[in-house]
Design a protein. Structure first.
Length: 341
């Protein structure tokens, strides 16, 4: 077989581990040829690719980012790609395409599959919000980075009697905020799934100070938002890729708490620090397993599907199932977190 592979959307720890796994399984076991499209679907559209042999993926298992580069694709160009899907198979001589990416990438993969391209998807998102898999690689790394940051910030907050508002990634699902907040012992966690009232956070901080605890750390997902009418915070516009531009809830909440409490409150925006650096051992293993099973699926002709973790097993699920709805934090998990504040 001749297999094409690409990485699209935001970068993520573990992408290189998938690429390496695909190449090792395809080349060393099946005797396949693997080509890597540069900069995501843009490389597929523009015909920019390179051969990936065993030497090309040597030493990348623990590397962050992606050796193939990544980009986001405008919707008009995606529709153009779908119109050319059948031609691409002959143009590049590929028997299978393995796109690695999140909800947007997998939606594009489904469209290309429906248009006739033989696709096997691999899910990637540090937000862990793809509904048909228990975990996505990169999430464990992001949680670890956020947890360590809050562990470090506690000492500064306590030394200066401050409130620290730590904004982590999570546009529509608050998994990173939930798990890193719990792991770090944050005193408040704000998620996109449940609008918060700043008055509750003010009460929590005041009660802590009254007990002699002269600091607080609040973990807030970037997509979290206050209850209507409780503080001044508006919605952003929509970018060219269909994503909402958030207004900076970490900074806005820190300002609001400082105003109401009369105490110093500082925002800390972790941002893309969570995406970078080496993947954890867990993410390397999961990414490697996803790559292995994607190649096997291609050889079975199991197209229009993606790899997924169910319990400890890797299974194949329809791409349509993967992009139907986001996996959001359920009420019982939010209740668990609240019980340990």
């Amino acid at each position: 077989m001749r297999i094409g592979v690409l990485t699209a959307g935001g970068d993520c720890p573990g992408l290189n581990a998938v690429i390496r796994s695909v190449v090792h399984r395809a080349v060393a076991h099946h005797g396949d040829e693997v080509i890597g499209f540069q900069d995501g679907y843009r490389g597929l559209l523009d015909g920019q690719y390179r051969t990936l042999d065993l030497d090309a993926v040597g030493g990348i298992l623990a590397s962050g980012g992606t050796i193939l580069g990544s980009s986001r694709l405008e919707r008009d160009r995606l529709r153009s790609a779908c119109e050319r899907a059948g031609d691409m198979v002959g143009e590049f001589g590929i028997d299978a395409l393995i796109p690695i990416g999140g909800e947007g990438t997998l939606t594009a993969a489904r469209m290309l599959s429906d248009a006739g391209l033989p696709v096997v998807g691999v899910p990637k998102t540090i937000d862990n919000d793809i509904s048909s898999t228990d975990r996505t690689f990169g999430f464990d790394t992001a949680v670890g980075v956020a947890t360590e940051a809050m562990d470090r910030l506690k000492t500064t907050a306590e030394s200066h009697q401050r409130v620290m508002v730590v904004e982590v990634m999570g546009r529509h699902a608050g998994w990173i905020a939930l798990e890193s907040g719990m792991a770090a012992g944050a005193h408040g966690i704000c998620l996109p799934e449940r609008p918060f009232d700043p008055a509750d956070l003010v009460t929590m901080v005041e009660e802590r100070f009254a007990r002699g605890k002269k600091f607080a750390v609040i973990c807030v997902a970037e997509g979290a938002h206050p209850l209507d009418g409780t503080m001044n915070y508006g919605k952003g516009d929509i970018d060219q890729y269909g994503h909402e531009r958030f207004q900076g809830i970490g900074t806005a909440l820190a300002y609001e708490l400082e105003r109401r409490l009369g105490k110093e409150a500082k925002p800390v925006i972790l941002g893309h620090v969570q995406r970078g650096g080496v993947p954890t051992a867990y993410d390397r293993v999961l990414a490697t397993r996803f790559g292995w099973h994607a190649v096997e699926a291609a050889h079975r002709g199991d197209f229009g599907r993606m790899t997924a973790l169910r319990g400890t097993d890797i299974v194949m699920v329809p791409l349509a199932e993967a992009v139907t709805e986001l996996k959001r934090v359920p009420v019982d998990r939010m209740d668990e977190a609240e019980s340990v504040f």
